[in-house]
Design a protein around this ligand. Structure first.
Ligand code: PBG
Length: 324
């Protein structure tokens, strides 16, 4: 069918007509909101490179969790800023670690809010890498033990979903085994399956104080040039027992989201990362773009590419905008 018989503009005449034929809709049920939990008391510190996002101490969680819950956002993902770091990431799996305490506090405020935890070592290692370091190298197999302990300690504290983001080989099966052995065979794993060594994480590393003190993460996170490798990484995680798979970042990797979506029948998450948020914030502050319209367009694009779940710093704004 072609012009003048077919005229695509017929279905674009009014908002009601456009809504009737809309292929993708974003809903609040799709969103996970990241929170940065810090040691200390009475801390609510705005992250300079991420306007509108804060490091919060546990005693400041009441108001935050209430707001998130009232907006109908179903889930949060927690990142921790411990008081001290060491070469064995002991804070990552401490029973009274920052994330473990935050989980308990959140569950007291709203037991129904889904608490996802980022399972990684970078925030707890004095060198800022996601695994155990020796002679300037990150050792894979030694890191697995610490990651598995961390995943189990989160589940013990009450986490609903654990989400390994470290990119060590074999970490999903290591965490699955430890969870099962510890009596948490019902706790799902959301794996950062295709996580790229991206410069879009810059603002996050300020937020979570997790920048590596030497080198970079390219020996464990994926090369941004690769997409077939994303399929291999995802197959490994699925075979190892991942329940939800993730592509990260989202916006520069929409093709990866679409490719993974086409190949796997698992729930798919995408992480709309810190740099993607900061770019929109900065341009909006300058008056160059309309924050609301651009952010909603970005989130809709991520869904259209095939994501079922979006982790985004715009979750609270999006929830408000979706209500209006
Ligand atoms: C921890 C982790 C990072 C992010 C999520 N988990 C940082 C990194 O890998 O360097 C990035 C999230 C963001 O940029 O919003 N490994």
């Amino acid at each position: 069918m072609y012009f003048p018989i077919y005229r695509p503009r017929r279905l674009r005449k009014t908002e009601a007509m456009r809504a009737l034929v809309r292929e993708t809709s974003l809903t609040v049920n799709d969103l996970i909101y990241p929170l940065f939990i810090t040691y200390g008391k009475n801390v609510k510190k705005e992250i300079p490179s991420m306007p509108g996002q804060f490091q919060l101490s546990i005693d400041k969680l009441d108001a935050e969790i209430e707001e998130i819950s009232n907006l109908g956002i179903p889930a949060v993902i927690l990142f921790g800023l411990p008081e001290t770091k060491d070469s064995g990431a002991s804070g990552a799996f401490a029973e009274d670690g920052i994330v473990q305490e935050a989980i308990r506090a959140i569950k007291k405020i709203n037991i129904d809010l889904i608490v996802v935890t980022d399972v990684c070592l970078c925030e707890y290692m004095d060198h800022g890498h996601c695994g155990v370091a020796r002679d300037g190298k990150i050792l894979n197999d030694l890191s697995l033990e610490l990651l598995a302990k961390t995943g189990l300690s989160h589940a013990e504290a009450g986490a609903d979903i654990v989400a390994p983001s470290d990119m060590m080989d074999g970490r999903v099966s290591a965490i699955r085994a430890q969870l099962d052995a510890g009596g948490f065979s019902d706790t799902p794993i959301m794996s950062y399956a295709a996580k790229y060594a991206s410069s879009f994480y810059g603002p996050f590393r300020d937020a979570a104080d997790s920048a590596p003190t030497f080198g970079d993460r390219r020996a464990y996170q994926m090369d941004p040039s690769n997409v077939m490798e994303a399929l291999r990484e995802t197959s490994l995680d699925v075979e190892e027992g991942a329940d939800i798979i993730m592509v990260k970042p989202a916006l520069s990797y929409l093709d990866v989201i679409a490719t993974v979506r086409a190949e796997f029948d698992y729930p798919l998450a995408a992480y709309n990362v810190s740099g993607e948020y900061s770019i929109i914030k900065a341009a909006a502050e300058k008056g160059w773009i309309d924050e609301r319209k651009v952010a909603m367009e970005v989130l809709t694009s991520i869904k259209r590419a095939g994501a079922d779940i979006i982790l985004t710093y715009h979750a609270k704004d999006a929830a408000k905008w979706l209500k209006e």
